[in-house]
Design a protein around this ligand. Sequence first.
Ligand SMILES: Nc1ncnc2c1ncn2[C@@H]1O[C@H](COP(=O)(O)OP(=O)(O)O)[C@@H](O)[C@H]1O
Ligand SMILES: [Mg+2]
Length: 258
Amino acid sequence: MSPRPIAEAGIVGPPGASNCQRAERTAAGGARALEPLRAEGLCKWYPSGGERLMVFEHLELYVEPGEMVAVVGESGSGKSSLLHVLSGLDRPSAGDVYFGQRSLRGLDDDELAVFRNREIGFVWQFHYLLPEFTAQENVMMPLLAAGAGASDAAHRAQEWLAEVGLADRAQHRGGELSGGEQQRVSLARALVAQPRWLMADEPTGNLDEATGGRIFSLLARLHREHHLSSILVTHNPAIARGCDRVLRLHAGALGPAA
Ligand SMILES: Nc1ncnc2c1ncn2[C@@H]1O[C@H](COP(=O)(O)OP(=O)(O)O)[C@@H](O)[C@H]1O
Ligand SMILES: [Mg+2]
């Protein structure tokens, strides 16, 4: 696969995308600007037997604040790799990702970890709840890691469990919940620290269709009501159609889905 020139690849952005920044009111009452995400010349390759396994090359992407973008593509096309690079979980091989004016490349590993914890909530195909801990304790984890006191964290976790429809499951252990309930808890855990971005990698991939549909409806409502910007990797065409925009990763390039 030969690299495509950036001008030819074009910036994959929403129609009429602008750099305008909207403001959101935080719980503390201060204004918090909502920032776009911009990826420039993004490349990812992995070392493979002395060679490079090229996953994607020269990707350009613009996600407007408040947008919910779906990324689809065949298994192995690089969707997870892309999401990891966009959210600062992994470094790109070349290129950079900007949240507003902030360059991820400009952050060292500690700064990047702080950025992720503050700004990004993650949901995965597998919930990764700690099975021996209660739903409430699982949701408290990001707050405790950020230095919140135990009673404040417990209170906020309970509010978020109510938000995802699980107020009455707070004391159930992670391992005692159904797949759909576990994914609701992982949504609460992703959002309890009030990130501005929600990054979800096949969040319904492990659920039956009806449960997956309900999880997506919940995710879409939380996206809207909490003024999030979201990128959602999915295999499910119905879920992709429910997003504002659908992009397809294919043969190392990102473009609008047909
Ligand atoms: N850490 C890694 N080291 C080496 N190769 C990897 C690594 N992660 C993913 N890959 C390879 O990169 C390609 C894209 O993987 P991935 O991003 O997981 O795709 P998708 O999420 O679309 O299924 C695959 O060929 C996969 O084997
Ligand atoms: Mg994947």
